[in-house]
Ligand binder design. Structure first.
Ligand code: M6R
Length: 605
């Protein structure tokens, strides 16, 4: 989703703006642009498509200036083209914006009545033209503050001004924004990741904050222009992990590094000397937890669904699962003995962050399970359990899903044991099995060549269906999400027992149906549901961990992952569905790391 960069320096900034925009590419975008200030003139360059295009434009016609702003845009208002790309500039102001201005139509009408002329279809241009109008009688900071007061919706902004060669103004409401400090240079960025190659000293703006940034210092203000102070955070150095190495794309790297992801995560949470889980300081005493509510979006939501089964199995705590975009608008009954857990790889997902804010306003205890520990969601929750997966760059979430499941499983085990819902023997047995996971994932990845063959079955398919029961039901949902996200092929995930209640009508001759059937208490039942599909012509692709090979002439392909404890089956069964989506997308020539229309970090609702 959109990304912002701003640099005030004692040397030309355009190359560093381009380099930082490249760091923001992982968020997903469809156009790019930058504006620098040189000899009292705003120089704006924009293009649709990739940052490399912008780089070529600059190569042919360099942009001078020691101060500038840059942007990658993920279209919301108006098609992705050069005119709608950011920055949006008048003669005297240039603005980059993340978020959505909900009352832009109304503001636009008012500005047009005053004679303002709009060039783009965006909501952002109202900000540029409002500030331009206010600058007639106000200084830049006052003009920005007065403009912000009229805006409804969410924003992170970077603004430069023709007659003020020195400074950039940044502002935040609802969309993340950070600043970075260096010698003779200061930075503005929509996340710390974009700033990391330039500095490890970062401050985060909170909602309502405004910053005024020059090359020498950064001042912070609240919405009423009162000076405020901000804490400086020192970032950890995990940059080295964000290159593709020998892999074709980030997604394949991220799939194949999952044995290490699992090992790192387990190492962080399991104390091998004490044979115990290192999770302490629960925000609510475990015996007093009345209910756990798990909240996330997309793949993170699927990890919540898996965890529901684990928490129910390993503890006596009641569990609810919610999609963040639904949770945030419902009439909820909050209870101080409930623990609200937010799952997010990026820690910046707008709906999840908003759901967390609602919990905070209702004074209930919150926990976040995140990959980005410096993110908004991590910073705003009472308790953070990192997944330690390292940067995930591919838009399709793979290793983060694994990390989310692992942390949720570890947390369920710890809760069950601390509350004495499970005894020592079963706790130790589960811990022992958990440590086998990294190797079992390594084994599971060996199925890749079979999956490549299986992927061919999808080339002419009109759609597909993923079926599972119990712990495999969320994996069926995840399989369908991965396939549609990457290969643009329609896919549905269903609890196999639901087929007769509607979806069976979709089955026709040759439709690929992926049946996820581990050797658990549902196995025979899933096989019966599979027979119903076979009887109607569905083409079965079978994924299992069962010891005995199931021979059935109607099964087109059978894929087997190692059999560990049943409870851990979702972790291993995820590997084939990730590889399947990856290989179907590869065969279809899709953009693996940046699927169309999608963004890595969904910072608007
Ligand atoms: O960063 P988050 O985990 O909060 O992101 C949530 C979803 O947007 C994300 O999981 C999305 O569904 C993935 N692209 C799926 O692969």
């Amino acid at each position: 989703m959109c990304g912002i960069i701003g640099i005030a320096s004692n040397k030309p900034v355009s190359i560093n703006i381009i380099n930082s925009l490249k760091k923001l590419e992982y968020r997903g975008y469809d156009s790019a642009g930058l504006a620098t200030l040189h000899q009292n003139t705003i120089i704006e360059k924009k293009c649709s498509g990739r940052v490399e295009e912008l780089e070529k434009i600059l190569f042919n016609s360099p942009s001078n200036g020691n101060l500038g702003i840059g942007h990658v845009r993920w279209a919301t208002h108006g098609i992705p083209n050069e005119t709608n790309a950011h920055p949006h500039s008048s003669d005297i102001v240039s603005v980059v914006h993340n978020g959505i201005i909900e009352n832009s139509d109304e503001l636009k009408k008012k500005l047009e009545l005053k004679g303002s002329k709009f060039k783009s279809q965006t909501d952002t241009e109202v900000i540029t033209l409002m500030i331009t109008d206010l600058l007639k009688n106000n200084d830049p900071l006052e003009s920005v503050i007065k403009t912000l007061k009229q805006l409804k919706g969410s924003f992170a902004l970077g603004i430069i001004f023709k007659n003020f060669e020195n400074y950039i103004i940044g502002a935040r409401r609802g969309s993340p924004l950070a600043v970075g400090y260096a010698n003779n240079e200061n930075f503005l960025g929509s996340d710390s990741y974009a700033l990391k190659s330039m500095t490890n000293k970062i401050s985060y703006l909170d909602d309502g904050d405004i910053c005024l940034l020059t090359k020498d210092k950064i001042d912070f203000y609240d919405a009423n222009k009162k000076r405020i102070n901000k804490k400086i955070h020192l970032l950890s150095d995990d940059e080295n992990i964000s290159s593709k190495g020998d892999y074709k794309n980030f997604m394949s790297k991220e799939i194949f590094e999952q044995p290490i992801t699992a090992q790192n995560c387990i190492k962080e949470y399991i104390d091998n000397l004490k044979q115990d889980i290192n999770i302490y300081n629960f925000p609510i005493e475990p015996n007093k937890i009345n209910k756990i509510i798990l909240i996330g979006c997309g793949t993170a939501y699927h990890s919540c669904l898996v965890a529901k089964y684990w928490i129910e199995e390993l503890t006596t705590i009641e569990v609810e699962v919610d999609i963040a975009s639904e949770f945030r608008y419902r009439k909820l009954k909050f209870n101080k003995n409930n623990l609200y857990i937010f799952i997010s790889q990026s820690g910046e997902t707008a709906d999840t962050a908003a759901a967390l804010d609602i919990c905070k306003k209702n004074n209930v205890k919150t926990c976040s399970i995140v990959n980005a520990v410096e993110s908004t969601i991590a910073r705003n929750s009472d308790w953070v359990l990192p997944i330690h997966a390292g940067p995930e760059i591919g838009v399709a979430s793979t290793k983060a899903f694994l990390g989310q499941m692992l942390v949720l499983y570890i947390l369920s085990l710890k809760l069950g044991h601390t509350r004495k819902d499970i005894d020592d023997k079963s706790y130790q047995h589960n811990l022992k099995n958990l440590k086998l996971i990294p190797n079992a994932i390594k084994e599971s990845l060996k199925i890749e060549s079979n999956i490549q063959l299986m992927a061919k079955e999808f080339l002419d398919a009109k759609g597909s269906m993923f079926l599972g029961r119990g712990l495999s039901f969320p994996i069926a949902l995840e399989g369908a999400l991965k396939l549609k996200e990457l290969s643009y092929l329609h896919a549905e995930g269903y609890p196999a027992g639901e087929m007769k209640h509607g979806p069976l009508a979709l089955i026709e001759e040759g439709l690929p149906v992926i049946v996820i059937a581990p050797e658990d208490k549902y196995f025979e039942k899933t096989l019966s549901n599979m027979q119903e599909v076979i009887a109607r012509g569905g083409k079965i692709l079978f994924i299992t961990n069962q010891k005995k090979v199931l021979v059935n002439e109607n099964i087109r392909f059978s894929i087997k992952v190692p059999l560990l404890d049943n409870m851990l089956s979702p972790i291993l069964l995820t590997i084939p569905i990730q590889l399947l989506a990856y290989h179907v997308a590869l065969l279809k020539g899709c953009d693996i790391d940046k699927p169309r229309n999608l963004a890595k970090s969904v910072t608007v609702e």
